[in-house]
Design a protein around this ligand. Structure first.
Ligand code: NCD
Length: 315
């Protein structure tokens, strides 16, 4: 069976953000990812769906989970995968994003996965290139595959999104993970709360249609999921918090603060974690409450589902 004969899933030939997706597209991607969870848990983790296709990973920012899972996803589906390391490429000689991308375009890739420090970079490339573009994180704008893998993790544990309350806590201001999750969780019917010091909340946070708290006790009261975010110091232009010790005291997730949430509450974190800053080690490592390694597992399955869905639209 070739991908072109399979049922289409996405209307667009790119995945640039959760914005623009509808609930049925999200559900179809999550359903498809379930088949890849099963495949990945088996012995022979291979399909030939992307045989003959070329996937380029173009990462302008550091990444462990996202880049390696796109690489594994592509390889498990039979694609040729090229990882462009920006440090050793001509980008370090001053080449522009568009020139780098045009060079890669001439090599005729089918899918380009891009992470860039500027919001809008993935969208710009999608207009210039002939291949499908996947946004693996653009500035503080969107990180759609992270929100999808978080949704898959939540759906597998809690069955769905209706009647769920999710608190996204920490550095919301600089977080593309927060923006994509707010969009996706709201789209699927969950209630979303943002919990952060006022300095780490976007000034227009209210436009997301979510509840906003600056106090962990009030913000976590009765929630089903506590999603912690890293202080993204590399995106900060000044001091947004007095010190990491003080930050942990008021906003770091420890046993006491987790106690404000529902007794059955589960903890998520997209990684990389800063232990003792936004999350206590004993919470991160407590397998009864922490979904952190499950999120990483779901990341490979979601990226396989996204590649599969994009390949279905290809000639
Ligand atoms: C996130 C990112 O890069 O936006 N990490 C990830 O993809 N798992 C979050 C972060 O960097 O804090």
């Amino acid at each position: 069976m070739t991908s072109a004969t399979l049922e289409p899933i996405l209307k667009s030939s790119h995945l640039l953000g959760i914005e623009g997706l509808c609930a049925s597209e999200v559900t179809a991607l999550l359903d498809l990812a379930e088949t890849y969870v099963a495949l990945n848990r088996g012995g022979e983790k291979k399909t030939a769906l992307l045989k003959g296709r070329t996937l380029i990973n173009l990462f302008f920012e550091a990444s462990t989970r996202t880049q390696s899972s796109f690489e594994l996803a592509g390889k498990r589906m039979g694609a040729d995968v090229l990882n462009m390391s920006v440090k050793t490429s001509s980008v370090s000689k001053g080449e522009t994003l568009i020139d780098t991308a045009s060079t890669l375009n001439a090599m005729r890739p089918d899918i380009l996965v891009v992470r860039h420090h500027d919001s809008g970079a993935a969208e710009l490339l999608s207009r210039k290139l002939d291949c499908s573009v996947v946004n693996a994180g653009d500035g503080s704008h969107e990180h759609p595959t992270q929100a999808l893998l978080d949704a898959l993790t939540i759906r597998r544990r809690l069955g769905g999104f209706e009647n769920l309350t999710v608190a996204i806590c920490g550095d919301i201001l600089h977080s593309r993970v927060a923006r994509s999750n707010i969009r996706l969780l709201s789209l699927m019917g969950a209630r979303v709360r943002l919990v952060a010091p006022a300095t780490l909340l976007p000034c227009d946070a209210a436009r997301f249609g979510v509840e906003i708290f600056t106090d962990m006790k009030a913000g976590l009261a009765g929630v089903d999921i506590v999603m912690m975010l890293r202080l993204q110091l590399e995106r900060m232009t000044g001091a947004f918090v007095p010190s990491s010790r003080e930050y942990f005291r008021f906003y770091g997730l420890d046993r006491e603060k987790l106690g404000y949430a529902r007794p059955s509450a589960l903890v998520m974190h997209p990684g990389p974690m800063n232990r003792g800053v936004e999350i206590a080690s004993d919470i991160a490592d407590d397998l009864d409450v922490s979904l952190i390694s499950e999120q990483v597992e779901m990341g490979v399955a979601i990226r396989m589902a996204v590649l599969d869905a994009l390949a279905r639209g290809m000639a």
